[in-house]
Design a protein. Structure first.
Length: 264
């Protein structure tokens, strides 16, 4: 919306509103209400008088008829813009969390991301807070409302464990002892297998696979939630996986770090 991109127009609109709802005989009181300098207000008023938006009546600054028309038109446009935009926003009023300790109904709670889950604690401090809708003991789920702030979150790391593609032999040509040594060097909370050769290798290594389907979407979401993820990836699909991570990073303020490591 053009109005929101133009700070000068926004200031003119605020001055029109201020002079329409309160009486101002001097520029200083307008400046105080709008947290501006008197000099700044003076310059705006001079230009707005010249444009026919502001006039002095009985020693007070007031909008002209044209100023009132502009004021109503701009606020109507702004209201319509907010109404249209808010329909597309995911405004969360209630969210689910796991109780980190005993919580009473209506108690203020601090929210943290722990192990990929949103956890609520009573008696702690956090940039993100809410109010418990019902009581809960540790480990129980509960609804949290009156949400304020943003949960402190640091993305995890994704490690791409490269294995031979099926055309090159897949899991059958992997040296299992070498693969075990490579995996011991990786610290991961969860493991994903991108395809059947990757799953076959995990079975041979007796590694539990946490993610088998919708792998890239799940891996990226897990990393966004702060978990470190290892994913077994055939060599011929490494580039596609890297592209998916880079695409996700384009929308994230804190980027997901990733690295590759050969297991064979």
């Amino acid at each position: 919306m053009q109005l929101l991109r133009n700070l000068g127009e926004l200031t003119r609109l605020l001055i029109l509103r201020e002079t329409s709802i309160r009486r101002h005989a001097v520029q200083r009181t307008i400046a105080e209400e709008l947290d501006m300098t008197v000099q700044g207000v003076s310059e705006y008023l001079r230009a707005m008088e010249k444009d026919g938006l502001i006039q002095v009546v009985d020693g007070e600054y007031r909008p002209t008829i044209e100023g009132v028309r502009v004021l109503h038109e701009r606020f109507r446009d702004l209201r319509d813009f907010v109404d249209r935009t808010s329909k597309n926003l995911a405004i969360i009023e209630v969210t689910a969390a796991v109780a980190g300790n005993r919580i009473a109904r209506g108690e203020r709670v601090a929210l943290f991301m722990d192990g990929g889950d949103l956890v609520a604690y009573a008696g702690r401090e956090s940039p993100s807070t809410g109010r418990a809708v019902q009581p809960a003991d540790r480990g129980e789920d509960l609804a949290v409302t009156n949400l304020q702030g943003i949960v402190a979150l640091h993305p995890g790391r994704i490690t791409l464990l490269r294995i031979p593609s099926v055309a090159d032999g897949g899991s059958r040509v992997v040296d299992l002892e070498r693969a075990r040594k490579a995996l011991r060097r990786v610290d991961a909370d969860i493991v994903g297998a991108l395809d059947l050769p990757a799953k076959a290798l995990a079975n041979r290594l007796r590694i539990r696979v946490d993610i088998r389907f919708g792998v890239m979407a799940a891996v990226i979401e897990a990393a966004e939630r702060g978990l470190d993820v290892a994913i077994l990836v055939p060599e011929d699909r490494v580039a596609a996986v890297v592209s998916a991570i880079e695409e996700a990073n384009e929308r994230l303020s804190q980027k997901i770090a990733y690295q590759t490591s050969a297991v064979a």
